[in-house]
Design a protein. Structure first.
Length: 410
């Protein structure tokens, strides 16, 4: 079935394209809520301040640029179109925050601190001057007719307002180009963390889409200057590009931090799950179940399981047959197992034997207490070996052959 707008032609379809300003506003608001605790806790960190400023300004842009908010601002102040310099100022401040974020993100934790501070002062001073100029130009302009959605094209030929529109678009475009260039150079360097690289990719898409916003605006304005009507680029394509671009920028800011956090949490959970076979085997030795607190953080649960296992292993250590461990290690090597895996299988087989038989190595047999260094440090490797009961059975069977043969020989 053909879409009715597509049947009218591509221009008509594009002119009907519109994405609500509240969608990126919600995404940006969620991103700000996620980062806010860290920003408040580590307020002295310039990078976190830059992230917080970017997200706050981006939220503000889409809140105040929404048609309903523009009408409300004009009505409350009683000044026709005063929402225009206010939104332009927010866009200009947002453009500056893009540059500040990349500067602090890339250089803030290196020896280039002084260079970073100079770049910060330069960006703040230049863009603050632009904001002042926007308000001066608005005060000089004559814009009596309120325009909610198409002010940029409606006043494209009006003295002073024309210069104001061009000024905010130029600084916005320059910020996009510089930021995209910095990110592109950065993303091509070696040694970047995988999550950081993905975040930079999303940022690149966001800034390129913001360039589409500027291109649509410029094209619509130039069309007005030449007597043509391409206002739909201004009223539909440009806002939609801005919404998509802002969403991509928000995702790019979140991904490195959230991705690393989730990866670390997942690693902790995997490490805890990997210890489950060993913890289950040692339950009879410990004489109690592993302590569990429902609301405990994953890191705390991992520490408690590791402590539970090590305590049980210390109790079991006097029952471990060190000679059996050596024979099991040789047996695992004979079966073609690589050395690291063979050591883990040997210890696992020795623990299984001690738990099953409850046998205690006689005191004074000359062997001394078994070395528990590997046992306590490599509990993850040992627990992993316990997930292969067939291998352990084979190792135990082969390790028992020499002893049986010797007994028969005697």
């Amino acid at each position: 079935m053909t879409h009715p707008q597509l049947a009218e032609g591509p221009v008509e379809f594009l002119s009907g394209l519109y994405i609500s300003f509240w969608l990126p506003g919600l995404v940006l608001g969620a991103a700000l809520a996620i980062k806010l605790p860290s920003i408040v806790k580590l307020w002295r960190d310039p990078l976190l301040r830059a992230v917080g400023g970017l997200l706050l300004l981006a939220c503000s842009v889409f809140v105040f640029a929404a048609p309903g908010t523009i009408a409300w601002t004009n009505r409350v102040t009683g000044v026709p179109n005063i929402a225009a310099p206010w939104v332009y100022s927010l866009i200009t401040a947002l453009s500056a925050s893009w540059l500040l974020l990349v500067v602090h993100w890339r250089d803030g934790h290196t020896e280039r601190r002084e260079q970073t501070r100079r770049a910060t002062r330069w960006v703040v001073s230049v863009y603050a001057t632009v904001v002042v100029a926007l308000w001066v130009l608005f005060a000089l302009a004559d814009v009596p007719v309120e325009q909610i959605q198409d002010l940029d094209t409606y006043y494209a030929t009006t003295p002073f307002m024309r210069e104001e529109i061009l000024l905010y678009l130029v600084v916005h475009t320059v910020a996009c180009l510089i930021t995209a260039r910095l990110i592109w150079t950065w993303i091509r360097t070696d040694g970047l963390d995988g999550w950081l690289r993905w975040g930079l990719r999303f940022l690149t898409v966001g800034y390129v889409t913001n360039l589409l916003f500027s291109a649509a605006k410029f094209t619509a304005i130039v069309a007005r200057w030449t007597g043509h009507d391409l206002d739909w680029l201004n009223t539909n394509i440009a806002p939609s590009a801005a919404c998509i671009g802002a969403t991509m920028v928000a995702v790019g800011v979140i991904v490195p931090h959230a991705g690393q956090y989730l990866q670390e949490r997942l690693l902790v959970r995997r490490r805890r799950r990997s210890l489950k076979p060993l913890a289950r085997l040692l339950r009879t030795v410990a004489g109690r179940r592993e302590p569990f607190v429902l609301r405990a953080a994953p890191e705390i649960r991992l520490i408690r399981r590791e402590t539970y296992i090590r305590d049980a292993l210390l109790q079991l250590s006097r029952h471990l047959d060190d000679d059996l461990r050596r024979r099991s290690h040789d047996a695992a090597l004979d079966l073609g197992t690589e050395p690291g895996r063979a050591q883990a299988l040997a210890v696992a087989a020795t623990i299984v034997d001690a738990v099953e038989t409850g046998r205690r190595v006689p005191d004074g047999d000359g062997t001394g207490a078994p070395d528990t260094t590997y046992l306590l440090q490599e509990i993850h490797a040992v627990s992993g070996a316990l997930r292969s009961p067939d291998e352990i059975t084979a190792v135990r069977a082969r390790a028992a052959v020499p002893a049986e043969s010797m007994s028969t020989h005697d």
